[in-house]
Each structure stands twice: as C-alpha cells, then as structure tokens.
Ligand binder design. Structure first.
Ligand SMILES: C[S@@+](CC[C@H](N)C(=O)[O-])C[C@H]1O[C@@H](n2cnc3c(N)ncnc32)[C@H](O)[C@@H]1O
Length: 201
C-alpha cells in the first residue's frame, strides 16, 4: 500500500528530470537517522547524476523538552557523526560529500544561501510547531528557483495549530500549493504531504 512517503521519490524523480547539469542540489530540514536522505542520494545517483545534499537537524541538541515543544517523534535522533558516516557511505560519486548542519533550523537554515543559489529539491520535515515551519519556509524561500520542488511533510488537513496546514493556506499567489495523495491515516490522524512550486507567470 502506498504511503505519503512515496511522494518523496515521485517528486524527486520530477526534480531530477528538470536538472540540466550533472548535480542535483537536495535540502532536507529534519534528517533524523538519515533514512530519507540516503534514499534521495541513492535515487539521484541511480539516475546518473551527482547529489549535493544539505541536511539540517538538531541531532544531539534535541532534548525531550524541545521534542515536546516541536510536537515531534517520541524517539530522539542519532548523533550527527553517526548520520554523517551513514550518508557518506551512500555516496558513490567522485568528490561530493553530504553537509549536515546541527542546530535549531531557526538559527542554522538562513545560512543555506551561503551554500546554494537555487536548490532543486527541498524536503521540509523538521520541527512541527507553527513558528518553526514558518521560519523554515522563509529561510529556504530565497533558494526556491523556477523549477525547484518543495515538499512539506506534516500537513494535518483542517488543523491550523500544528504542522504546515496553516502556512499552506496563506502562501501568496506567486506559489502553487498542491496537497498530495495519499493521505495517511495514523490511528485516525490524517497526515499528508504538500508540494509547493513557484507559479509560472
Ligand atoms: C520526522 S523527523 C525527520 C525524518 C526524516 N526527514 C526522514 O524522512 O527520514 C524530524 C526531525 O526534525 C528534527 N527537528 C525538530 N525540530 C527541529 C528544529 N527546530 N531544528 C532542527 N531540527 C529539528 C528532529 O531532531 C528530527 O530528527
């Protein structure tokens, strides 16, 4: 059965297709153990391109208190070093290495502009609180180019107290907002991903 996580590979495939050069620039906010990161890097390489991956997470900085504040998973993520080792092993290409930035994305993510002009694919899956999602979006917005695909996890349709639903309802006309199927049902809680791209003028 398909889950909302299948949207990541489906949308990444579209992003890869639109990349003219040899390098696909990936940004992930919320890396956790690196499951999605590794899958994305491998997918890019399987398509014959090089992956330049930038991941942002609190890693060791995620305390149980912060996790509650961010309405996150019960389990805390592994260390940055452990995830870096895992992702480095996933690279088959010649020079590129993953970049993992530890810290609160409200502080670290504005630095993305120092790494990349336009990202090709951005997956926002970090803190679930409204202020963190808002901040994450404003940090990546400058690197959203004409063909960039931004995928938000954690849309709880109709719930404007947590997750990205509230932000999605008020993105300006310059962006196309597409809620994606399937909608997962987690013990009665509906969760889906939302795709955001720049509207074509
Ligand atoms: C759902 S997990 C990410 C899963 C990952 N994207 C995947 O699909 O494999 C959410 C992650 O967000 C991180 N996180 C939560 N709040 C954060 C914040 N304010 N800044 C940076 N990372 C944060 C947590 O440490 C956790 O590892």
């Amino acid at each position: 059965m398909r889950s909302r996580y299948d949207c990541v590979s489906t949308e990444l495939a579209k992003a890869i297709k639109s990349v003219q050069g040899n390098t696909v620039h990936l940004v992930e906010v919320g890396v956790y153990a690196g499951d999605r990161a590794e899958a994305m890097i491998r997918q890019v390489q399987a398509a014959g391109k090089e992956a330049r991956y930038f991941g942002y997470d609190l890693f060791e900085g995620l305390t149980p208190e912060k996790n509650t504040q961010e309405k996150g998973k019960a389990k805390l993520p592994p260390s940055r070093a452990a995830v870096l080792q895992r992702l480095t092993k996933a690279y088959t290409g010649k020079g590129l290495k993953p970049t993992l930035v530890a810290g609160d994305s409200k502080d670290t993510l504005p630095g993305i502009q120092g790494h990349v002009i336009f990202a090709d694919f951005i997956f926002i899956d970090g803190g679930h609180s409204l202020d963190t999602i808002e901040s994450d979006w404003h940090s990546v917005e400058p690197v959203v180019g004409p063909d960039t695909i931004v995928l938000f996890d954690d849309c709880y349709p109709g719930d404007d107290t947590v997750g990205c639903f509230e932000l999605m309802c008020r993105l300006g006309r310059e962006f196309l907002v597409e809620p994606l199927e399937p909608v997962d049902d987690c013990n009665g809680l509906k969760i889906q991903m939302v795709k955001v791209t720049r509207a074509k003028t």
